[in-house]
Design a binder for this molecule. Structure first.
Ligand code: ACO
Length: 322
């Protein structure tokens, strides 16, 4: 019993920001960014927002899967950069897709860069219980709005974009999820807090910015990927060779290189496109999934492993079929 991806789409804003352009924004070099992260380009919004990106990727996923929209009963958007706190991104996407039939469920979740995997696991519960026939699961982020564009240690790493998948439940597939979290009050990955601003108490209002302890996150990421991968293989009684492609969250090429080396695996088994998009948080896995399909690195009938890790701290993965 497990999740089958029946349609996949990605959408990124047209504006590209190259490493060379970043050289004139912060004290950095193309060489530093490429060698430390594997990133060459990222896309950033001009006027588009999280809903626009999510909607475009969803439309493409529905078209790609030739899906009858009336069969979609659930929309989950994973994001930690919504355009507004309410209505949810998912409800606004529902409205744009005109999916206003009876018994629609739509909501957002925040599990940072693990958001897409967490969202898929929630969708699986609704599908397994036959509450809905098909689910639309989206990761959409506009991280450029929360970057501190004077902080070279973070602003070079991230990009904006969205990826979507239409999923259904296939009784003939035996797959499972592995999800985990470890509350991190110190905040190896965190944003600024909202300020108190009420009639009795006021704090200085700070812009919302993203902060990260890069080296701590690097070590966490390597451990999280290895733990998720080995647990999923054991749970499902599979070896890595049974998996057609591993699609990890795209944060940094060096993280994946280290995992490949530690596991004595082949780099061909791990999909990488961080070079073109940077780290798009919850959008990175569905963007990579669509990219892998377009580049024909995976085909119908394949089983693939998705692995996320990020703020929270959260991590986990799943095996799905396409
Ligand atoms: N350009 C030039 N120099 C820089 C830059 C930059 N953009 N950023 C940092 N430096 C400098 C630092 O100031 C430091 O200088 P110093 O030695 O004079 O103090 C030097 O480079 C080395 O800095 P480190 O932080 O030690 O560099 P490191 O090799 O660890 O690489 C990096 C930094 C790329 C951030 C790495 O730690 C990393 O990839 N961590 C994981 C990040 C990640 O994956 N985050 C996302 C996961 S979760 C999520 O997606 C939300």
């Amino acid at each position: 019993m497990g999740i089958k991806i029946v349609g996949s789409g990605l959408y990124v804003p047209t504006s590209k920001l190259s490493n060379k352009q970043l050289e004139s924004i912060v004290e950095t070099t193309d060489e530093w960014i490429s060698t430390r992260t594997g990133i060459a380009n990222r896309h950033i919004v001009s006027s588009e927002n999280t809903v626009d990106l999510a909607y475009e990727s969803a439309k493409r996923a529905i078209e790609h899967g030739n899906v009858d929209p009336s069969e979609i009963g659930l929309i989950i958007v994973a994001t930690f950069t919504p355009e507004q706190l309410t209505p949810s991104t998912a409800c606004l996407v529902q409205s744009r897709l005109r999916l206003n039939h009876q018994q629609m469920i739509a909501f957002d979740i925040n599990a940072a860069c693990t958001g897409f995997v967490y969202a898929l696991s929630i969708a699986e519960q609704f599908l397994k219980a036959k509450t809905v026939k098909k689910a639309l699961v989206i990761g959409s982020e506009v991280l450029s709005k929360i970057m501190d564009w004077e902080d070279r240690s973070t602003c070079v790493l991230f990009g904006d974009g969205a990826g979507a998948a239409v999923v259904e439940y296939d009784d003939s597939i035996e797959h499972s999820f592995y999800l985990n979290s470890s509350g991190d009050e110190q905040g190896a990955l965190k944003t600024t807090k909202l300020s108190v601003n009420n009639p009795l108490h006021q704090e200085e209002i700070e812009p919302i910015h993203f902060y990260m302890n890069g080296q701590q996150v690097f070590k966490f990421a390597v451990t999280a990927i290895k733990e998720t991968l080995t647990t999923l293989l054991t749970q499902n009684n599979l070896s890595l060779d049974d998996i057609n492609l591993v699609i990890p969250h795209q944060a940094n090429k060096r993280i994946i290189d280290k995992v490949v080396k530690d596991l004595k695996a082949s780099s061909e088994q791990f999909f990488l496109n961080v070079s073109d998009y940077g780290n798009t948080s919850a959008a990175s896995i569905p963007i990579a999934l669509n990219d892998a399909i377009t580049k024909q690195q995976i085909k119908n009938g394949d089983q693939i492993m998705l692995i996320g890790f990020g703020g929270g701290l959260t991590w986990g993965g799943c095996i799905v079929s396409i």
